[in-house]
Design a protein. Structure first.
Length: 260
């Protein structure tokens, strides 16, 4: 990998829950890098450690040891204002269950991160209109979440994750609460944003269809990375990449630790 293009480095990351006989090692020395503009997928069985990994990078969880370095700074050591700045400006987080505030309109939900960090209403207006057009929710901005479909809610949530122009977007099972049609719509939009804006996205998913949009997949088993797939963007279709992903997942389900 080209060191000049690395945006995130994860080094010897561990996360241990409990003590003694109740100790559980969720992450066991995971290490990998993410390139700027990459669309990285993280896959694995339930309990493999993939969501724990994402939440450590998001600083929702504190790792037991290791480093998480974003643009040269160790996130694991952040506190106070530096931590607030990281959460508010450096990362965007896309949740599985949308996490929209029901008493705010779609527009207000999207712009809330900006207002919390003192961005002007005028600047917010131009940014939200551009994102709304890109995500096909321009006609839904003045509606409340209860008036939106699941797919529209998740695209509003995606706009909220992107509105502060973060260095990296972290997505936790973003298609998990969507039907197949809305899942495809969301992934088409995220792929376009990644491709056209070079926005770095790191997505945890169990869905091979969603993962087929990624440029690289890391497979986690029992707290360790055991396999990696790369998609040849210029020659490999999402359908062909899906077949390769499904093959690895089938072997992962069978307990294989060495997929060739």
């Amino acid at each position: 990998m080209n060191m000049r293009n690395q945006i995130l480095q994860v080094e010897s990351l561990t996360k241990i829950y409990g003590r003694g006989e109740n100790k559980t090692e969720a992450l066991k020395g995971i290490a990998f890098n993410v390139l700027e503009g990459e669309f990285l997928g993280i896959m694995g069985a339930s309990g493999s450690g993939k969501t724990t990994l994402l939440n450590c990078i998001a600083t929702m969880l504190k790792p037991t040891s290791g480093k998480i370095i974003l643009k040269g700074k160790n996130v694991a050591g952040f506190s106070g204002g530096e931590l607030a700045d990281y959460r508010g400006k450096k990362i965007g987080y896309l949740f599985q269950e949308f996490e929209l505030l029901e008493n705010l309109t779609a527009r207000e939900n999207i712009t809330l991160p900006l207002f919390l960090h003192g961005v002007s209403a005028k600047k917010a207006k131009s940014d939200i209109e551009a994102l709304a057009a890109m995500l096909d929710i321009a006609g839904e901005l003045d509606k409340f979440p209860t008036q939106l479909s699941g797919g529209q809610k998740q695209r509003v949530a995606a706009a909220r994750a992107l509105i502060s122009d973060p260095d990296i977007v972290l997505a936790d099972e973003p298609t998990g609460a969507l039907d197949s049609k809305n899942s495809k719509t969301l992934m088409d939009k995220l792929e376009a944003i990644n491709r056209e804006q070079r926005k770095t996205i790191m997505m945890v998913t169990h869905d091979a269809n969603a993962a087929s949009y990624c440029s690289r997949i890391l497979f986690i088993q029992d707290g360790r990375i055991f396999h990696e797939l790369r998609r040849n963007i210029s020659t490999e279709s999402t359908s062909d990449f899906y077949d390769r992903i499904a093959n690895v997942m089938a072997q992962l389900g069978g307990g294989s630790a060495n997929v060739l």
